[in-house]
Design a protein around this ligand. Structure first.
Ligand code: PLP
Length: 302
């Protein structure tokens, strides 16, 4: 899964690493993303975009509702997304045969059938009844004589819940970035986060006790100290919230558009080395922390 700038990690860098690691199939959100990495993968699935003309042969688009079939250019390769219970995107299971028929009559090529689980990362039966519905679609496809299309349903959490994986691809996102966190009872392996975020020092100054830092003068110390500004702010997609860095220091005062202030004069500081830990502190999920990071932030593969 390389959608949304590879979960904020950098589309080209991650696509290249995935390719080098032997990954042959990619999934993105937009056609523009698919175009940028077209040369690296055997297939690229576009989750949510509509081409004006038939895309390159290795690019296929997901059909999120039956109406979309009318909008696709003849010759395009499509994968039908089936709504097995998440009720977000996808074709109603009862209309699967109708969708297949429409795809054929519009001159489109059916190359895949997929679904998505709403709570594979939580204990409960949802995962299993969605899986069952998807199995039924597979049986119906057999009856309809559909052959040679690929089948896939698993995101990271679902893949690690599946004892005997028998689908054609798995759509692994957050686990590949090392941030999959599941309840301990699932006994998934421990993942190491791929990304850490660092900021460089812009300027340093000495402050007298009680002098106040930043917009609104919200940050201050009861003693004489040294404070530096660092080159990350909400303009880079870092949230404008109170935050304690992994080293234990707090951001002093408010986050600015392009900078934060931190006590000391280190040349660079680590903002996070585990997006899941940062997310917990910020009241969100690791997906949001990394995905929001501006594409202008330099990505360095270490
Ligand atoms: C984002 C996404 C995934 C990947 O989910 P992870 O939890 O990151 O593994 C898989 N399938 C679809 C349809 C998605 O939108």
């Amino acid at each position: 899964m390389l959608k949304d700038n590879a979960y904020g990690h950098g589309l080209l860098q991650m696509a290249k690493l995935a390719h080098e690691a032997g990954v042959r199939h990619a999934v993105v959100r937009r056609l523009a993303e698919a175009g940028a990495i077209e040369h690296l993968f055997e297939t690229i699935l576009v989750l949510s975009d509509t081409p004006n003309e038939s895309p390159a042969p290795n690019i296929r688009v997901a059909v999120n509702q039956i109406l979309d079939i009318e909008k696709l250019p003849a010759g395009a390769a499509v994968e039908l997304k089936v709504d097995t219970g998440m009720h977000r995107n996808g074709i109603e299971p009862e209309r699967f045969a109708e969708a297949v028929e429409k795809v054929a009559s519009r001159g489109l090529k059916l190359v895949g059938v997929m679904t998505h689980y709403r709570s594979a990362d939580e204990m409960g039966s949802d995962f299993f009844w969605q899986k069952k519905r998807f199995d039924r679609i597979r049986e119906e496809a057999l009856r309809l004589g559909i052959d040679g299309v690929r089948w896939h349903s698993c995101n990271s959490a679902a893949l690690f819940r599946t004892g005997s994986f028998d689908e054609d691809i798995a759509r692994v996102g957050i686990a590949a970035y090392g941030c999959l966190r599941m309840p301990p009872s699932f006994e998934v392996p421990e993942f190491r986060p791929v990304a850490s975020l660092w900021a460089d020092r812009i300027a340093t100054r000495e402050l007298e006790a009680g002098e106040r830092v930043g917009y609104g003068g919200e940050g201050s110390f009861g003693y004489k100290t040294v404070v530096s500004s660092y080159d990350i702010g909400y303009g880079d997609g870092w949230p404008r919230s109170p935050y304690t860095l992994p080293c234990g220091k707090r951001i002093v005062g408010r986050v600015s558009m392009d900078s934060i202030s931190v006590e000391g004069d280190d040349e660079s500081i680590c903002i996070f080395d585990d997006a899941a830990v940062a997310a917990k502190q910020l009241g969100t999920i690791s997906y949001e922390v990394t995905t929001r990071l501006s594409p202008y932030i330099e990505r360095v593969v270490v």
